[in-house]
Design a protein around this ligand. Structure first.
Ligand code: M6R
Length: 608
């Protein structure tokens, strides 16, 4: 959700904060602000809108201080305006706080603080925390923060500064990510590494219930109960280049076009063609446990949930085990039946999604083994799961997930293959699948060459009010994912269904204004899906078919055909999703939408 960054050191803090906030803007982008410790004073500038607007507002101020904190907001409590933007201050404007997370008992605390004479100016939950710190503040910021945190329930990643102790930033974390960047006689704090990677790659990740006290010379880490903790400084592996647009107009387009390379990266060093096998280092010591499993549960949110659905089909097919898929938000509250013979795999690009993380913690309480499939290295889910597999696709910045989806499916395929080879699959069969997997990036490249054709389709249908996406088997989740991409970035209402379900309701929507996207590749349900296309055509619906190269028959039925190369059925989602990502992207452009920062969304959903 919100992005936070802080700096203390020998450089001017302002450009570091502004640059860091620009990197974090994908986390939230409705308003932003900074607090600077400037010549013994605390200066606050806040602005509704994007970081570039904040940048304009601070330009004239000519701040030269070398301690400051900055925030980009995704509103939870209160509309996105200047008063609700962070930083928030206490009554005497000595303290400033920025916060990512939600304070659940804020309303009770607010009433108590009002009775004690505090005046509130915003509608946010965050503001109570700075007043609470003020209550405890007696020229010891660290202690006041600790006492205040003991009173609150909820999640937080916070940075706090005081003009009375200008050589210090206090950071604390519970449920919202926070890391400390270590430079030479300078320290950074941020909700993710992209904000500070320009300055340092050495980071220490805070865990829940921990705080850090940063000054010009050092940083100290403790629990919020004042017990010292030693943190290891790790090296962030991604480059600056990976978080830049690299000549593309949008991150989303770059990430779609990078997929041949990201799918290769996700398989690199893991596939062993010579013996038709897979090596997934993170899972190696847990293989026996995984092989003994009688049931697999996959849980995730959003796009990651769609890849879990594909995983369900693949794992059931190759392992002949029951596989369940659940939304993490439902799973965590529905008292699921788990036992030590059930393994749970959670999937999360960010590794920070609140519901998915809560699911991990629920599973751990029930003592079932829980594995993770994450992209962000060092993320909370990656650290809290027993073991897991990284996607290795580099930072995904576009709010609409694309390259993470194809990598998640690739990882699930690799896990299925790894386990199947140990259970029943011959080396020959394994080699056949690996050859097909290795051919996927080239096939994706071929599909990407259809970009202009897909752009024309988007121009034709970009003004539609609705879209229907239909697929069967492995491509039913692709229909869901195609519809999600369309609605989240173009704001066109779009629904995905298993094609056969159409006649149980959605068929009522079909008329000459309804574009229906069919994923109609040559698999075992091809004839059935052709019948579904006929049903749509009989009602004057407009059909866009994603079909297998060489299928001439489909041209007679569909209004438009986008061809994808042939592959194994269970690998087909890796191909069929690509034109749907492009269709959503171009439809959003036709409609003048902000592709990388769609309204109301944020990249990493760290609140429930
Ligand atoms: O980081 P995660 O994979 O846990 O995120 C899950 C969803 O929030 C995410 O996939 C969301 O649905 C995207 N906006 C989809 O494009």
């Amino acid at each position: 959700m919100c992005g936070i960054v802080g700096y203390i050191g020998k450089q001017k803090a302002l450009p570091i904060l502004i640059n860091g906030l620009k990197r974090l803007e994908y986390r939230g982008y409705d308003s932003a602000g900074i607090a600077m410790l400037e010549n013994g004073d605390l200066q606050i500038v806040k602005q509704p809108g994007k970081i570039c607007e904040l940048e304009e507002s601070v330009a004239a101020a000519n701040f030269t201080g070398n301690v400051g904190i900055g925030h980009t907001r995704w509103a939870t409590h209160g509309v996105p305006d200047r008063k609700n933007a962070h930083p928030h201050t206490d009554c005497r404007k000595r303290l400033a706080i920025i916060h990512n997370g939600i304070i659940e008992n804020y309303s009770t605390l607010k009433n108590e603080l009002i009775l004690k004479g505090h005046t509130f100016v915003s509608e946010t939950d965050t503001e109570i925390l700075v007043h609470l710190i003020e209550e405890f503040y007696d020229n010891n910021l660290e202690q006041a923060v600790r006492y205040a945190l003991a009173e609150i329930q909820g999640t937080y990643g916070i940075l706090v500064v005081s003009k009375d102790e200008p050589e210090m930033i206090v950071a604390a974390r519970n449920g919202s990510p926070l890391l400390i960047g270590v430079g030479e006689e300078e320290y950074f704090a941020a909700s993710d590494a992209s904000a500070i990677i320009r300055h340092t790659r050495d980071v220490a990740y805070l865990d829940d219930g921990e705080m850090a006290i940063l000054n010009h010379k050092t940083f100290v880490t403790k629990t919020i109960h004042d017990k010292p903790v030693t943190k290891y400084v790790e090296r962030v592996s991604f480059d600056l280049e990976q978080i830049e647009k690299g000549g593309y107009p949008h991150f989303m387009l770059k990430e779609i076009f990078n997929q041949p390379e990201t799918i290769r990266d996700c398989m690199r060093g893991r596939l062993m063609l010579e013996n038709g096998d897979v090596r997934l280092g993170g899972l190696e010591v847990h293989l026996d446990q995984m092989l003994k499993a009688k049931k697999i549960v996959l849980t995730a949110c959003g796009t990651s949930w769609h890849s879990a659905l594909i995983g369900e089909y693949i794992l059931e097919e190759l392992l002949r085990l029951p596989v369940e898929v659940d939304y993490a938000s439902e799973f965590r509250y529905r008292n699921p039946v788990l036992d030590p013979e059930t393994i749970v795999i959670v999937i999360s690009q960010s590794g920070e999604t609140a519901d998915t993380l809560a699911a991990v913690r629920e599973v751990k309480k029930m003592r079932s083994p829980v594995f993770g499939i994450c992209n962000v290295v060092g993320s909370t889910i990656a650290r809290e799961t027993l073991a897991g597999v990284y996607l290795h696709v580099g930072p995904e910045i576009g709010v609409a997930s694309t390259k993470a989806f194809t990598a998640q499916v690739t990882v699930l395929m690799q896990i299925a293959l790894l386990l199947a080879r140990r259970k029943w699959m011959s080396a020959e069969e394994g080699k056949k699948i690996i050859r097909e997997l290795q051919a996927i990036p080239e096939k994706v490249e071929k599909i990407l060459q259809l970009d202009q054709k897909i752009q024309k389709l988007a121009e034709l249908y970009g003004n539609s009010h609705n879209f229907l996406y239909l697929g069967r088997g492995y491509n039913f989740p692709v229909a869901l994912e195609g519809a999600l991409k369309m609605k989240e970035i173009s704001y066109i209402h779009a629904e995905g269904y298993p094609a056969a379900e159409m006649k149980h309701g959605p068929i009522a929507l079909i008329d000459e204004n309804m574009p229906v996207v069919f994923i109609a590749i040559k698999d075992h349900s091809y004839d059935k899906i052709i019948s579904n296309i006929e049903e749509v055509k009989a009602r004057n619906g407009r059909v866009i078919a994603v079909a297998t190269e060489g299928d001439e028959k489909i041209k007679e039925r569909a209004d438009h055909v986008i061809y994808v190369p042939q592959t194994l059925d269970f690998l087909s989602p890796l191909l069929t999703i690509v034109p749907l990502q492009l269709l959503a992207y171009h439809a959003a452009i036709v409609r003048g939408c902000n592709v990388d920062q769609p309204r109301n969304l944020a990249k990493s959903v760290t609140v429930e």
